[in-house]
Design a protein around this ligand. Structure first.
Ligand SMILES: *[C@@H]1O[C@H](CO)[C@@H](O)[C@H](O)[C@H]1NC(C)=O
Ligand SMILES: *[C@@H]1O[C@H](CO)[C@@H](O)[C@H](O)[C@H]1NC(C)=O
Length: 554
C-alpha cells in the first residue's frame, strides 16, 4: 500500500530538523509516530475521495444509465492522419470526402460532448475542394507533395485559446466573447502551411487554468467514455474530439499538464516537447517573446504515428534541435519508473494505475533484457509546490488577464459577486485568486534549490538513453465537479513543466470503470524521440486508443 512510500515524506521532513545529537531511539520513535500519522492520512484521503464520489454519484450522476455515443459508419474517421494524407495525395480518397465524413461525425457526437465550440465547415469544405482541384492539376510528384505539404487536405482542430484568424478567441472569458482572432498563432499558421484544413475550435476551461473544460461562454465538455466525467483541461475539447473521432489532429498547449491531462482522461496521445523550442506567439495572451516560459504547444493525436510529423510542423526549423528522425534501438534503453511520487497534496495513486505502470515496465524489460529500476526522489513529494513557485516566474499577471487586461480582478470585488450569484467568472479562476492572494507563497530559495536538485538527479539517472515511466494521475477521469475537492491532483503532470523535460502521454487501455488510463513517458531535454519511440512500442503492446463506440454500438 502507498503508505510505505509516503512514510519517507515524514522522515524527510523530520530529517531536515533533526540534529545529529538526537538519540537513535528518539529518532525511531518519532519516525514510527510519523509513519503512523502518514498512514492514517493516506487512508483518510482514500475515504475522503471515495465519499466525495459517492455523494456526487447520488446527487448528480447515475453511472448505471450510460448514454451510447453515436458514430457514423466509416473507416475514414478511425484512420491515422499520415495515412489519410497519403490517400488524399494519391487520390485514393478526395479531401472533400474526408472532410465531409469528419464533419458528419462531429455533428453526431458534439450534441453529447460539446467539444467543438465554433465550426467553419463551409469554409473547410471549400478549401478541401480547392485541394482536390490542385491535386488533379499539380506537376509535383507524390514525393514532392509529401515533403512540401505533408498534411495536404487533412482536417485539424485547435483549442479556442490559441488564435486562428477570424475565429472566436474568448479564452472562455465572457468579457471576450465577441472577440475574434485577427491573425493565426504561429503554430496554427505552420499547420495550415502543411496543407491541413482547420475544422473549428474546441473547448477549454476559463482562461485555460483548470482541470475541467467548462466556462461561461461555451459550457461544459463531457468525456466520450462516460458523459458524467471530466475531459481534463486545458486542451480538453481537443482530446475529447480526437477520442470521439471528430478530428484526426489536434493542437494543444501545456503549462501544467494541459496537453497530457486531457490526453490521459480521454485516452489519446499528447506530446509536450522540450520547452523553449516552439513559438508561443498567439497562444492566449502570449507574444512569443516570453523568455524561459514553461508553456509549450504540442501535438495531440489518436495514433502515435502522427505525433512526429505534426510535431515537426509545429516546431518549424527548431525541430533541428531534436533528433526526431533518429532510429531508436529500444534494446539499449535504460527504463526507470516511479509508481507513487508521494506528494501528500495529491490523492494516492490507485492500485490499478500502479499495476498498469508495472505491466508497461515489464513489457519494456522484455525488450531491454534489464530489469526496469524503481526510482524515487524527494523532489517528487513537492510537485505542486514546485509548480506553484515556477508559476510566479511566468510573465503573465493572472488577475489582470482575467479582466481581459483592463484592470486587476480582486477577491474583494469578486467574492461578494460570487455570493450573490452575479460574478461573470466560473469558480476555478476565483480559487486561483485565493491561492495567489490568501495562501502563503512558496519559499523561493527552498523551491529553487529543490527544483535544481530534482533536475540534476533526473538528468543523471536519465543520461542519454534513459526513460522514466511516471504516473499521470492518481485515478481515471473523475465526475464533473469532483476536482474541486482534489484540486492538486494535476501536479504529476505539472512537475515536468517545471523541469521542462519532454513527455509523451500514452494511453494504456481502459480501467474497470471503462475509462481510459495511461502513463507519462519522460526523457531528458532534447530526447523527445526516446519518449515517442517508447510510446510507439507501448501502443503496439497495449493497443493505444480504444474506440468509445465499440462497447455501446453493437
Ligand atoms: C463564436 O463564433 C460564432 C460563429 O462564428 C458566433 O456565432 C458566436 O457568437 C461566437 N461567440 C460565441 C460566444 O459563441
Ligand atoms: C529558420 O529558417 C528560416 C528560413 O529557412 C531562417 O531565416 C531562420 O533563421 C531559421 N531559424 C532558425 C531558428 O534556425
Amino acid at each position: 500500500m502507498s503508505c510505505l512510500c509516503y512514510g519517507s515524506v515524514c522522515s524527510f521532513y523530520t530529517g531536515e530538523k533533526n540534529r545529529r545529537k538526537n538519540s537513535r531511539s528518539k529518532k525511531s520513535i518519532r519516525k514510527m509516530a510519523c509513519n503512523l500519522l502518514i498512514t492514517v492520512l493516506v487512508y483518510f484521503r482514500f475515504a475522503y475521495d471515495w465519499l466525495i464520489d459517492f455523494i456526487i454519484s447520488k446527487i448528480l450522476y447515475d453511472d448505471t444509465k450510460k448514454t451510447a455515443l453515436p458514430s457514423v459508419k466509416s473507416n475514414i474517421i478511425t484512420e491515422n492522419a499520415v495515412s489519410l494524407a497519403e490517400k488524399i495525395r494519391t487520390k485514393e480518397l478526395s479531401s472533400e470526402t474526408v472532410l465531409k465524413t469528419f464533419i458528419e461525425q462531429i455533428k453526431a457526437v458534439n450534441p453529447f460532448l460539446n467539444s467543438l465550440v465554433e465550426e467553419r465547415f463551409e469554409f473547410a469544405l471549400n478549401e478541401a475542394r480547392e485541394v482536390d482541384k490542385y491535386l488533379s492539376s499539380t506537376s509535383l510528384s507524390i514525393e514532392e507533395l509529401k515533403t512540401e505539404k505533408p498534411f495536404l487536405g487533412v482536417p485539424f482542430t485547435c483549442k479556442e485559446s490559441v488564435a486562428a484568424k477570424g475565429m472566436n478567441f474568448s479564452l472562455g472569458l465572457l468579457s471576450r466573447k465577441d472577440i475574434k482572432a485577427t491573425e493565426d498563432a504561429d503554430i496554427v499558421e505552420k499547420v495550415k502551411a502543411s496543407g491541413a484544413i482547420l475544422l473549428g475550435m474546441t473547448n477549454i476551461p476559463e482562461i485555460n487554468l483548470w482541470v475541467e473544460s467548462r466556462n461561461n461562454v461555451y459550457g461544459q465538455t463531457n468525456n466520450p467514455y462516460n458523459l458524467n466525467r471530466i475531459v481534463g483541461g486545458s486542451s480538453g475539447g481537443e482530446a475529447c474530439l480526437l477520442a470521439a473521432c471528430g478530428t484526426p489532429l489536434g493542437l494543444g498547449t501545456d503549462i501544467g499538464g494541459s496537453i497530457r491531462m486531457p490526453a490521459f482522461y480521454c485516452g489519446v496521445f499528447g506530446h509536450k516537447p522540450t520547452a523553449g523550442l516552439m513559438s508561443n506567439r498567439g497562444v492566449s495572451f502570449r507574444t512569443g517573446n516570453e523568455k524561459g516560459t514553461m508553456v509549450t504547444g504540442g501535438p495531440m493525436t489518436k495514433y502515435c504515428v502522427d505525433i512526429i510529423p505534426l510535431l515537426k510542423i509545429m516546431l518549424g526549423n527548431s525541430s533541428n534541435f531534436l533528433q526526431l528522425d533518429a532510429q531508436v534501438d529500444l534494446r539499449t534503453l535504460n527504463v526507470m519508473y516511479v509508481d507513487e511520487p508521494g506528494d501528500i497534496l495529491v490523492s494516492p495513486v490507485s492500485e490499478e494505475i500502479k499495476n498498469t505502470i508495472k505491466r508497461a515496465v515489464n513489457h519494456l524489460n522484455s525488450i531491454t533484457q534489464n530489469s526496469g529500476q524503481k526510482v524515487s526522489f524527494s523532489g517528487f513529494r513537492h510537485c505542486f509546490k514546485l509548480w506553484k513557485h515556477a508559476m510566479t516566474k511566468e510573465t503573465d499577471n493572472f488577475a489582470f488577464d482575467l479582466s481581459n487586461r483592463e484592470k486587476e480582478v480582486t477577491l474583494w470585488t469578486e467574492v461578494p459577486r460570487l455570493l450573490t450569484g452575479c460574478t461573470q467568472f466560473t469558480l476555478p479562476p476565483l480559487l486561483r485568486l485565493v491561492d495567489l492572494n490568501v495562501f502563503k507563497p512558496v519559499n523561493k530559495n527552498w523551491a529553487e534549490e529543490k527544483t535544481k536538485e530534482l533536475k540534476n538527479e533526473l538528468l543523471e539517472v536519465l543520461g542519454d538513453n534513459g526513460i522514466l515511466l511516471f504516473p499521470s494521475a492518481p485515478e481515471s477521469a473523475p465526475y464533473h465537479y469532483a476536482p474541486f475537492f482534489r484540486p492538486y491532483n494535476f501536479a504529476y503532470w505539472a512537475i515536468f513543466n517545471v523541469l521542462k523535460f519532454p513527455v509523451t502521454q500514452v494511453p494504456l487501455g481502459l480501467d474497470k470503470r471503462n475509462l481510459p488510463i495511461g502513463v507519462q513517458v519522460v526523457a531528458a531535454p532534447y530526447k523527445d524521440h526516446l519518449c515517442i519511440a517508447v510510446a510507439r512500442e507501448l501502443e503496439k503492446a497495449f493497443g493505444g486508443w480504444v474506440s468509445p463506440f465499440s462497447s455501446d454500438m453493437k
